[in-house]
Every structure is written in structure tokens, then in C-alpha cells.
Design a protein around this ligand. Structure first.
Ligand SMILES: *[C@@H]1O[C@H](CO)[C@@H](O)[C@H](O)[C@H]1NC(C)=O
Ligand SMILES: *[C@@H]1O[C@H](CO)[C@@H](O)[C@H](O)[C@H]1NC(C)=O
Length: 374
């Protein structure tokens, strides 16, 4: 009787082992053979759908968002197709993009791929994007990262979770909204009455330093930090503040002050930490290339958004009743603020292989080669 029982008891175990092995990309399951985990923090440029789970107006969950995504459906990404995190995931050989942290599907083995904590509308400061009400502000994204590590610890042990995070790639994209959806949101905004622009930029950088230090304290060791793009040149600003199609001067000035100081901050942090944890991604230069010479990159325009209405298709939101261009690959901007998938691909190519002008101190190919051998 006892032998019968134990042989029955073995059957589910055998089945379990087969399922686990069948789901593995490689025969050995040591953590070093798994592709790197990937964690994403920031705003709408990298949000892959967290805001779908929140009561907020900052969302991309209606057509034509997602029109060129494999499912042809909106996902919460602010893109016609893939966004920057998707394309980086593909480059590092992840089996899938990290899921939004709020997705109920982010459980079990899928946690080991990483997670995306980004939330459209947020900035460095808590008071950025207040009009969107319910969004995941940066300090909360970092709290969720801590909670994530506890959950992964339950799966592979605390030591396993620590290694997974130490070996992971991290992307953080924020700062643009601190200008667009705060300082310059309305004339005489509270922040613009509090600080002249150069002082505001200094304040932002000092607050960003605290967030990056916290990210390091939580275990991040390879962090791609993007600067802001040419904020004054997006279709929304050309429509509202630009003169005769020229980029809006105040926002261009903000980006020109902010980006070099951010890069200097990252260099200082690396010096202090004694290692290259933070990598500056010069998105301003990447964008400038196709803003100043769109045809060289196969675009018919870098001023008019594919989806929208009004001058430059830059007014209001991209909705089912907006103008929509037939060929998204010909437009640098998908909507009034966000690059098209094609533009995202160009940006990720530069992230992979760019010179130190674009990727300081090194590009992602170099990072992957270095981290593979250690
Ligand atoms: C943002 O809010 C959190 C929680 O209230 C707080 O801990 C943090 O210091 C705030 N950050 C800034 C920059 O005020
Ligand atoms: C990456 O950066 C290095 C150093 O700047 C450069 O030599 C190399 O050509 C770049 N591209 C690749 C694919 O590594």
C-alpha cells in the first residue's frame, strides 16, 4: 500500500519537472545563463501599460495607439508599436518585454524577466503631473521595486533576488515632464514663480541625485539614464508655443541647461561609487539628428505628428477621430509628444552602438560584452 502511494505521489513531481524544463530557453537554469533581467522606471516614453490600471487621464489604451504592435491593439504604450523598453529587451535577448508592474500577469517565472514600473505623466518632482491625479510617482516606483525584490526573493531566495538585481539592466527616463507638465504647464506656474529656470534645473538635478542614489541602494548596478529630448521641438510645442515652425525657445533653453548637468551628475556619482553604474544616454543629440535632417533617416517630417489634429497635428490627444498618417515609418513623431516606433528603433540603435557622444561612458554593446565575462 505504501509503495503504491509513493509511486502515485511521484507522478505530479515528474510532470512538474517536464513543464519547468520545457519552459526554459536553455538546458541549465543557473542564473548566469538566463538573459539579464530588465527594469524600467520613468514616464510615458517608457510606460508599457501601468496607467491602464489606474484612474488617470494619462493613458494610451484606445486606438489608434498600438496600430503597428503585433496584436494591432492598444496596450498602454505611447507608440504606434514598440516603445524603447521593448526594443532594448529584444537587443538583450529577453524572452519578452518586462510586464507593467501593476499587470496581474506579472507572477511566477515571469517576474525573473524583470518589471516595468514607469507611469505616464510623472516627473522627478512629486508635484509634476498633478493634473493626471493617480499616477505612480518616482518614489512610489522605487517602493514597488523594493516590493518586487521581496516577491522574487520568495521565488528564488533573497540571495538569488539580490544577484538578479545586481546583474540586471535598468533604464530610467524622466525629467521632461518636470518642464512640460510643471514649470511650463501654465503661465506663472507655482514652480516658475518659485525659481528662475537655472535654479529650477539645479533643484531638479539635486532631487534626481537622491532618486538615483536610492536606485543604487536598492541594488541597481547598470543604469541607462536618458536626458530629455529637444522639448521645444515636439509637435505639441510647435503648435502651442513655436513661431513659424521654429522650436519653442524657452523649452529648448530648459533642455540645454538640464542635459549637460545631468550628464555631469552621473559622472560624479560614478566617481563617488568607483564604478560605471550610470550611463548617460544623450537622447537630445539622437533626436536632434532626425529633427534637423529628417530625410536622412527616411522621415518625410519631424514636425508633424502622425496622429493628432490642429497645426502639426500637435493639439489635443491622439484619439480614434484624429488625423492618422497611412505610413507610420515616415514620421519621427507618432503623437504630439512621443516618437514613432521607427524613431524608437533609431534611438535604440544608438544606445546599442553609439559613440561616447551618444553613450557616456559606453554603449550597450560594450556593457553586454563586459558584464558577460564577469
Ligand atoms: C515625494 O513624496 C514622498 C512621499 O510623501 C516623499 O518621501 C519624498 O521626499 C517626496 N519627494 C520630493 C522631491 O518632495
Ligand atoms: C561602442 O562603443 C565603443 C566605444 O566608444 C566603440 O568603439 C564601438 O565601436 C561602439 N560600438 C559597438 C558595436 O561596440
Amino acid at each position: 500500500m505504501a509503495t503504491t502511494l509513493s509511486s502515485f505521489a511521484l507522478i505530479p513531481i515528474i510532470i512538474l519537472v517536464i513543464i519547468v524544463n520545457g519552459g526554459e530557453a536553455r538546458p541549465s537554469s543557473s542564473s548566469n545563463n538566463r538573459p539579464k533581467a530588465f527594469f524600467v522606471f520613468g514616464d510615458s516614453l517608457v510606460d508599457s501599460g501601468n496607467n491602464n490600471y489606474l484612474a488617470t487621464t494619462a493613458r494610451a489604451d484606445a486606438p489608434p495607439y498600438g496600430i503597428d504592435y503585433p496584436t494591432r491593439r492598444p496596450t498602454g504604450r505611447f507608440s504606434n508599436g514598440y516603445n524603447i523598453p521593448d526594443l532594448i529587451s529584444q537587443k538583450i535577448g529577453s524572452p519578452e518585454s518586462p510586464l507593467p508592474y501593476l499587470s496581474p500577469e506579472l507572477t511566477g517565472q515571469r517576474l525573473l524577466v524583470g518589471a516595468n514600473f514607469a507611469s505616464a505623466g510623472i516627473g522627478i518632482l512629486n508635484d509634476t503631473g498633478i493634473q493626471f491625479v493617480n499616477i505612480i510617482r518616482m518614489y512610489q516606483q522605487l517602493e514597488y521595486f523594493k516590493e518586487y525584490q521581496r516577491r522574487v526573493g520568495g521565488l528564488i531566495g533573497a540571495e538569488g533576488a539580490k544577484n538578479l538585481v545586481n546583474q540586471a539592466l535598468v533604464l530610467i527616463t524622466c525629467g521632461g515632464n518636470d518642464f512640460v507638465n510643471n514649470y511650463y504647464l501654465v503661465p506663472y506656474s507655482a514652480r516658475s514663480r518659485q525659481y528662475p529656470l537655472p535654479e529650477y534645473v539645479k533643484y531638479l538635478i539635486s532631487e534626481y541625485e537622491k532618486l538615483l542614489q536610492r536606485l543604487y541602494d536598492l541594488g541597481a548596478r547598470r543604469v541607462l539614464v536618458t536626458g530629455t529630448g529637444p522639448l521645444g521641438c515636439v509637435p505639441a510645442e510647435l503648435a502651442q508655443r513655436g513661431r513659424n515652425g521654429d522650436c519653442a525657445a524657452d523649452l529648448q533653453r530648459a533642455a540645454a541647461l538640464y542635459n549637460p548637468q545631468l550628464e555631469r551628475l552621473l559622472q560624479e556619482l560614478n566617481r563617488k561609487l568607483g564604478r560605471n553604474v550610470f550611463i548617460a544616454v544623450n537622447t537630445a543629440q539622437m533626436h536632434n539628428n532626425f529633427v534637423s535632417n529628417p530625410s536622412q533617416f527616411g522621415f518625410v517630417t519631424s514636425k508633424v505628428a502622425c496622429c493628432g489634429q490642429g497645426p502639426y497635428n500637435g493639439l489635443g490627444l491622439c484619439t480614434p477621430v484624429s488625423n492618422l498618417c497611412p505610413n507610420r515609418n515616415l514620421y519621427a513623431f507618432w503623437d504630439a509628444f512621443h516618437p514613432s516606433e521607427k524613431a524608437n528603433r533609431l534611438i535604440v540603435e544608438e544606445i546599442m552602438t553609439g559613440s561616447t557622444t551618444y553613450m557616456n561612458p559606453m554603449n550597450l554593446s560594450t556593457i553586454l560584452a563586459l558584464d558577460d565575462t564577469t
